[in-house]
Design a protein around this ligand. Sequence first.
Ligand SMILES: [Mn+2]
Length: 366
Amino acid sequence: MPQEFGNRLRALQRRLNQSGAGALLVTHLPNVYYLSGFTGSAGALVVEPRSATLFTDGRYSVQAREQLHSSGVNASISQVNPLEAAGSILKGLKGSASRRTTILDPSRITVAGRGTLSRAAGRRVKWQNSTGWVEEMRTIKSRGEITKIRAAARLISKVFDQVVKLVRPGITELDLAAEVDYRMRKLGASGPSFDTIIASGPRAALPHAQPTAKRLRQNELVVLDMGAILARYCSDLTRTVYLGRAPRRVKQWYKAVLDAQKAAQEALAIENVAEQPDAAARRVLDSCGLGQYFVHSTGHGLGLEVHEEPRLAKGQRKRLMPGMVVTIEPGVYVEGIGGIRIEDDVAIHAGRIEVLTTAPRELLEL
Ligand SMILES: [Mn+2]
């Protein structure tokens, strides 16, 4: 595993060298970690064809030395803003205009940061905007990475199994969310991969509801959407339960969402374009007259971040490939009544898929 950082860095350096540019600046911290192993909360990585340097501050001098050991990245500790320090090194790029070019991802830097960089680097440096070099590499997970995501998925499934026992009329959404967060840490997670969602009754119709002081009541749908970070990798799980005996209409909706999820998973196993699982889920919900209530995309990549490439959505032409890990999470949301979402994490292997989350999928009537 440790040599993985160095291997990724070398792959990126080959691409950089082919591009003819002199350097690539990495400012997005999950990308910095992916290439170097550095986990600090401040830093910028300058990758050149034959070397790489992490710029960070004095808080991280010991940590940087330890963590960069396996990737071979140099550490540069300074008192100034890492972008200012990186800019002064880039100022030293020599040679043709192309060798004096630094590639950076404009979606990963603030306007202020971009200004700092330009002032520090001076006039001779050329800048080229290009997005997604590292994100693209990150879409294909190694076996070691999939093992970590699997462990995070199992962990969050366990949390669901524990917390579902507490779902009853009278408990508040906030109380349940606190139980989710507490239990995932007790099981070894470093924290939630996003703010835990507990949404009950009409609030379940809001796909990204925040938990409130509202108490759960009899005859309500409850959406529980939770994810854990374990060994830096994320999981993401949603289940919807009903408090009491579900009416026929709710059972029909639930079955439609579950069928849509199955159809999307089947498409994921046999198709190879990112929009196809989404289209499959949408076809099922359309045929049940529920298409208008499915207001988000079918899934997203999962890894060091809880939302990453590829997106399983309309118009996404990205190729699905072994090593990708995605969520499959169709839902229906009916204003004033409630919502249903069922979400699992799925790894794509050569010729098959593997569902990593294990919580029960049938409708639980509690
Ligand atoms: Mn999700």
